[in-house]
Design a protein around this ligand. Structure first.
Ligand code: NAD
Length: 416
């Protein structure tokens, strides 16, 4: 791996993709094809705001590669959305689908906006406008969106409705993460967190740590972080710290997660209700068994990796640890479960939702949970085995498992 600490998420991904493909025996032509998405659409979406004026929002949809099947991945609403991030996120989705062995390539979308400052109706118009702008390149057999940062089931419902109107037939399989009454799957909302909890179980058993009584620290209290806190709390672990964009809460005896869940708003913010908070930086450096970054990119970097005192890091967020920090924490003996493996639960249950939509036959929550566990554990074992067999770090092992089916499909189709 590179010695430099590269915070550019796309460049870092390309470095590991190249290394993974080379280790798998592929050459420059395959690397050239898979290091970038095959398609990136940029759109400008006019939205009539509540004050009567029109604002133009910029949106993206990236599709990494469709050799395995249609592309799949979330849509992010955030002021920092940009082309580089969307491209990297689409590649990560390919890797997650590869690790979970789903019949998809990776896709990702985003709109530069701040939903916290928009009304419900403005958000509806923006969501519908985005679907009209990208409708040519998406669809149940082309590219299937889903929720991501600051998008939710209501936004998926508007998007599905807009797509169905354009196509003039009911198209639940166009998008996943929908409300249950519109063809959503049981267990989808908490699937990412459930998958992360399963990864924590597996990682702890490798390290000989019991879940009951263990100390867990979670950065981010949104969809991924809050459900995870609840699952860990229910499993008998002590969640000693959580955080949001405003700061972190810490209690060595364990926080009252149910109370915090009740108090959190729909953007995953809770700490501004409390006075005695610590900083996110202090949270990352707490001594604990498991540290779970579940917020945003580039949180564990070369400048703070030395201060990490966790035994295990499980990346619920996409891209929270830089490459240099990955090397540093791995050298310290910390077991790192990389994002493309740890947070695959969301896309796995999205896949189940799509299968149920296509069949028109719906599963029980227990069926969803059992199948999720089976796929996550299989993914973990494949990555962990390669990590020990080839003596590569967990991130490189995950990339190798994640990219090999896609590279094989590309070769068999005769593209390279
Ligand atoms: P969310 O918007 O529901 O929550 C994000 C949380 O992070 C909030 O608590 C927010 O306050 C906090 N946060 C934002 N900026 C922060 C900062 N600078 N420092 C500390 N905390 C900050 O988002 P989510 O859906 O929970 O996603 C979180 C991460 O997990 C993202 O990286 C996302 O891509 C990844 N992820 C989510 C899913 C999913 O299904 N929701 C699936 C896979 C990966």
């Amino acid at each position: 791996m590179t010695g430099m600490d590269n915070n550019n998420v796309l460049t870092s991904t390309q470095i590991v993709i190249e290394e993974a493909l080379r280790k798998l025996g592929y050459g420059d032509d395959m690397i050239e094809l898979l290091k970038e998405p095959m398609r990136l659409l940029t759109v400008r979406i006019p939205v009539r705001m509540d004050d009567g004026k029109t604002r133009v929002f910029i949106g993206y949809r990236a599709q990494h590669n469709d050799a395995v099947g249609p592309t799949k991945g979330g849509v992010r609403f955030h002021p920092d959305v940009n082309e580089i991030e969307v491209k990297a996120l689409s590649i990560w989705m390919s890797l997650k689908c590869g690790i979970a062995n789903l019949p998809y390539g990776g896709g990702k979308g985003g709109i530069i906006c701040d939903p916290r400052k928009m009304s419900f109706r403005e958000l509806e118009r923006l969501s519908r406008g985005y679907v009209r702008a990208i409708s040519q390149i998406v669809g149940p057999t082309k590219d299937i969106p889903a929720p991501d940062v600051m998008t939710n089931a209501q936004i998926m419902a508007w998007m599905m409705d807009e797509y169905s109107r354009i196509r003039e037939f009911d198209s639940p399989g166009f998008i996943t993460g929908k409300p249950l009454v519109l063809g959503g799957s049981l267990g989808r909302e908490s699937a990412t967190a459930k998958g992360v909890a399963i990864m924590i179980d597996e990682a702890m058993s490798k390290k000989g740590i019991a879940v009951a009584g263990s100390r867990v620290v979670i950065q981010g209290f949104g969809n991924a972080g809050s459900f995870l806190a609840k699952f860990m709390h229910d499993a008998g672990a002590k969640v000693i710290a959580i955080s949001d964009v405003n700061g972190a809460l810490y209690n060595e005896q364990g926080l009252d997660i149910e109370d915090l869940m009740d108090r959190r708003d729909s953007f995953g913010t809770v700490t501004n209700l409390f006075k005695d908070t610590i900083s996110n930086e202090e949270l990352l450096a707490l001594e604990c068994d498991v540290l779970v970054p579940a917020a945003i990119e580039n949180q564990i970097t070369a400048s703070n990796a030395d201060s990490i005192r966790a035994k295990i890091i499980v990346e619920a967020a996409n891209g929270p640890t830089t490459l240099e920090a990955t090397r540093m924490v791995t050298d310290k003996g910390i077991l790192l479960i990389p994002d493309v493996l740890a947070s695959a639960g969301g896309v796995i249950v999205s896949y189940f939702e799509w299968v149920q939509n296509n069949q028109g036959y719906y599963w029980t929550e227990a069926e969803v949970d059992d199948k999720l566990r089976e796929m996550m554990v299989r993914g973990f074992n494949n990555v962990y085995e390669l990590h020990t067999l080839k003596k590569v770090d967990m991130r490189l092992a995950a990339y190798m498992v994640g990219v090999r089916k896609m590279a094989e499909a590309v070769r068999l189709r005769g593209w390279v």
